[in-house]
Ligand binder design. Structure first.
Ligand SMILES: NC(=O)c1ccc[n+]([C@@H]2O[C@H](COP(=O)([O-])OP(=O)(O)OC[C@H]3O[C@@H](n4cnc5c(N)ncnc54)[C@H](OP(=O)(O)O)[C@@H]3O)[C@@H](O)[C@H]2O)c1
Length: 280
């Protein structure tokens, strides 16, 4: 079975589906079976990271799939401990060896770690790896506007994507607008807020009932209408299908605004403010 998913064109011309699949905590043979199921159901954008220690699992699911490699978009990410130029180049190569892939479609800097102040070197390594054909499109995660501005100012190259925490309790309005003004696509991590209280929220439940959809479908449709690419993770084939079945209805402006009002200044899941939080 496969579903038709609208595509988005990045500022470097590469296209990606407007919804993808998160793989955090999907490892080993169970993980490979889960990711294979997602690909069979119709997901074409798969999100992994060096630090998830499952690039090999993702690569295995890619090899098991009958979907041609050029129809998939595989993303991985550079960890904070390898930001210096030479370490970043070696890590990108290691990421490819782990997945047994010839190239990644997207490679992102995982966190800016601004106190270390080495992310511009990491960015130069991504720029060069793209020139060498190891990566098709380069982007970042968790970068604030000041970090994004520095990348462009110091290297002349703008990221295609910024993957940020985004869900109804933390809607990132200003950051999303900034991306839009600068031609950077917003990608939402933990788009379902890791299935916490969001699924018990009365407002979302009512909107879901009005559309005869699930709360998860309402949230993912909301991301789509915001113009953000979401990457929900699910270990269940039923929920994988549910999450991707969001293209046969739409939310009106009132519903979009009601969901936007659920945001809270302290709505981050784990208080990971990229201005101060670091991950290695
Ligand atoms: N760049 C970064 O710094 C960063 C940080 C965090 C995450 N990420 C990426 O973003 C991806 C998604 O985020 P996430 O995994 O943190 O959280 P998420 O996708 O918001 O939520 C995943 C949770 O929701 C549950 N779930 C999924 N679909 C559901 C449905 N239809 N109904 C009820 N529950 C449902 C899943 O349970 P089941 O598995 O049991 O269905 C799982 O517990 C990650 O996997 C990772 O690839 C990136």
């Amino acid at each position: 079975m496969s579903l038709s998913i609208p595509e988005i064109t990045l500022n470097d011309g590469m296209t990606i589906p407007s919804i993808g699949f998160g793989t955090y905590k999907l490892n080993g043979s169970d993980g490979a079976a889960t990711i294979s199921s997602a690909i069979n159901i119709g997901y074409r954008l798969i999100d992994t990271a060096y630090n998830y220690e499952n690039e090999g699992t993702v690569g295995e699911a890619v090899r098991r799939s009958s979907v041609p490699r050029q129809d998939l978009r595989i993303t991985s990410k550079l960890p904070g401990r390898y930001h210096s130029y030479q370490k970043a180049v070696t890590t990108i190569q290691e990421s490819l060896y782990r997945a047994n892939l010839d190239y990644y479609d997207l490679y992102l800097i995982h966190w800016p770690n601004p106190k270390q102040d080495v992310y511009v070197e990491a960015w130069q390594a991504l720029i060069d790896a793209k020139k060498w054909g190891l990566i098709r499109s380069i982007g970042v995660c968790n970068f604030l506007p000041e970090h994004l501005e520095r990348l462009e100012k110091e290297t002349g190259v703008k990221p295609s994507i910024n993957q940020i925490e985004l869900h109804p309790f933390f809607n990132q309005e200003e950051q999303r607008k900034w991306h839009e003004q600068h031609g950077i696509v917003t990608e939402s991590w933990s788009p379902l807020a890791r299935a916490n209280d969001v699924f018990r929220n009365e407002t979302l439940r009512k909107i879901a009932d009005n559309h005869s959809k699930t709360v998860s479908q309402i949230i993912l449709r909301w991301h789509y209408q915001l113009g953000a690419v979401s990457i929900p993770k699910s270990s269940s084939p039923e929920r994988q299908l549910e999450n991707i079945s969001i293209f046969d209805f739409s939310l009106d402006d009132d519903e979009m605004n009601i969901i936007l009002q659920l945001t809270r200044a302290d709505g981050r899941l784990k208080n990971q403010d990229p201005a101060v939080y670091e991950e290695f």
